[in-house]
Design a binder for this molecule. Structure first.
Ligand SMILES: N[C@@H](CCC(=O)N[C@@H](CS)C(=O)NCC(=O)O)C(=O)O
Length: 331
């Protein structure tokens, strides 16, 4: 219900319609055709977000053509009269949005999740290739051996911050924030890469059971054989348990939970009572912090973090603002 009260629901619909009105159906056609599921132009135009309140989010369901057509007509009218609201609440749409994105990732990797938070927020559809953390055979073709790797219309990009920076430069209109805001945003983005991210491994691989919990995703994600799944889970969990102890030492962490809570409270303090670091909408620093924390949210360390810090309200706002994943899933 909150989405209605704060206007987000309307803005989601406006966003879809604005794209349909400004640009026509190409992006959706392009990404649907990846899977050989061609989309009729009228259907593509009608591919507005599911307005159901029950899921409270950005479902990517397709409304019936007639209803959606009528809706897009009335909302495109609303766009012109409410454009200031839409412009304030929505990430700006750019004609430079890529046509095809493929993300090579580990589902639990904080750097990969940083990139995904960005893509989800900007509503850029992307395909995911889950990389086997033991064999890495899915990225054999790449000289760069880390994830994330994002292939943007055929161009290969590595390193989460580089990827986000390149995509952002490509899609953002002329800078609308001040130098001071940009400096703060950059500083916090660097803080995420140089501090926050180092809190994760010691926490999520803290004990054998937490390490196994962190690798559980591999039993259901990716295109792996059963043997690959179970070796990755148990070998990965064992290796990361020991590696996390080394990382803990390297980053001078004595109590990993206390260090995580401390980092999280540093971020909350940095928000300085703003809804987001970016003010009334997330900026790249908000997206980076959210992206890094999202994969741990439903792990033991994430539950502990929410129970022991004051990050909850911001995290909830970010979940709403970022919305559902834009990942293109094979049906
Ligand atoms: N600076 C890189 C770091 C990426 C990174 O370290 N990724 C890890 C996964 S979380 C990785 O691929 N490690 C190498 C490995 O798994 O062999 C970025 O921001 O993308």
């Amino acid at each position: 219900m909150r989405r209605v009260v704060n206007g987000s629901l309307l803005s989601q619909a406006l966003k879809s319609c604005r794209r349909a009105v400004l640009q026509g159906p190409e992006p959706f056609q392009a990404h649907r055709s990846i899977h050989g599921r061609g989309l009729e132009p009228s259907l593509a135009l009608a591919r507005v977000r599911d307005l159901s309140l029950s899921n409270g989010g950005r479902s990517r369901g397709t409304l019936p053509v007639i209803a959606a057509g009528a809706l897009s007509f009335s909302l495109s009218f609303a766009v012109s009269s409410l454009s200031t609201v839409a412009a304030r609440e929505l990430p700006p749409y750019s004609e430079n949005f890529p046509k095809e994105l493929v993300l090579y990732q580990y589902a639990a990797c904080p750097f990969c999740n940083k990139v995904k938070a960005f893509l989800d927020y900007y509503d850029m559809p992307y395909k995911v290739v889950e990389v086997n953390p033991i064999s890495k055979k899915e990225i054999k073709w790449s000289e760069y051996k880390k994830v994330p790797i994002l292939v943007v219309d055929g161009e290969k990009l590595g390193d989460s911050s580089e990827i986000i920076s390149k995509l952002y430069q490509r899609i953002s209109p002329k800078e609308d924030s001040t130098g001071i805001e940009r400096t703060e945003e950059d500083q916090w983005c660097r803080w995420v890469d140089h501090h926050l991210v180092h809190m994760l491994a010691p926490n999520i691989y803290r004990s054998p059971s937490e390490s196994l919990e962190s690798f559980d995703y591999i039993t259901t994600t990716g295109n792996f054989t059963t043997f690959e799944r179970w070796t990755a889970k148990y070998a990965g969990a064992a290796a990361m348990y020991f590696i996390s102890k080394k990382l803990k030492k390297r980053h001078n962490i004595t109590d990993e939970r206390a260090a995580l809570y401390d980092a999280v409270e540093t971020w909350v303090k940095g928000l300085n009572n703003r809804s987001f670091m970016g003010g009334d909408r997330p900026n790249l620093a908000d997206l980076a912090v959210f992206g890094v924390l999202r994969p741990i949210r439903h792990l033991q360390s994430g539950h502990d973090m929410l129970a022991n810090t004051s990050i909850g309200p911001w995290y909830d706002r970010m979940e709403t603002a970022v919305g559902k994943s834009s990942e293109i899933r094979d049906s």
